[in-house]
Write a new protein. Structure first.
Lengths: 118, 118
DNA sequence: CATAGTGTACTAGTCACATATTACACTATG
DNA sequence: CATAGTGTAATATGTGACTAGTACACTATG
């Protein structure tokens, strides 16, 4: 496959985002098994170590559980996923507000822009 | 002064944002002279080269003009600043929308969150 | 024309990231 | 119990972004 990655962010981080997105979108279901590190490395065209880092990161976030010899699985803990959803939503909002404040825009002003966009 | 910088973004980039913000907020006026690279380096506690990079970046954005031996000045071109304002507003909005889409959130959902925040 | 204050250029060091390679540990399966 | 497929760990290497130190070039000013 050899995905294309943006250059302004580490690959491993983009992959984490991608997987989180797939979970939140429902493309990946609770309990699903992720591809093996070697498989996913080939799929995405990156090194095994990079994939390992992705899986490590996900596990640290408590959204996957890895079992030696078996694979890496999305947690079956629905609460955790729901919490993740809220966390990420909040994080996004906070970051956005911080950015607009730093640049001198008002929240109201930005809301208008957002509404008028695709 | 020794400002504190976030670690997830280059210092020079944060300084560019800061100055842009100060311009858009009116803290810096058209035609104003910025501190010299050395002055600003001391003020912020970073290296002269870092400041130079900031000024270079700003000049590339056409929002400052630098004159050897004299200093770096905010452009007097009001249109340019107004354009900058629109550009940055759009950029912020686009980035935000891209992020929320990647993570599987809807625009409407996020608008609600934003409204309910400080 | 000397001096001090500008911006600028060059070189080098550090660090995070990504890669490559190799070896190890565990588990399922025949 | 052999084998193939999992995740894990360790080491070395290359590269690019960022920062720092130092020296240079230009300009105003007395």
């Amino acid at each position: 496959m050899t995905m294309d990655f943006s250059r302004d962010k580490p690959i491993y981080s983009q992959l984490v985002d991608r997987i989180c997105g797939d979970i939140l979108k429902g493309k990946l279901q609770l309990g699903d098994r992720l591809p093996s590190v070697r498989e996913y490395a080939v799929e995405t065209g990156v090194n095994v170590n990079t994939v390992q880092r992705v899986y490590k990161e996900l596990e640290a976030m408590n959204i996957t559980e890895t079992k030696r010899g078996q694979g890496t699985f999305i947690t079956s803990n629905e609460e955790r996923i729901e919490l993740l959803r809220e966390e990420m939503k909040n994080q996004l909002a906070e970051n956005f507000l911080t950015s607009i404040e730093a640049l001198g825009f008002s929240k109201e002003e930005m809301l208008v822009v957002l509404k008028n966009k695709a």
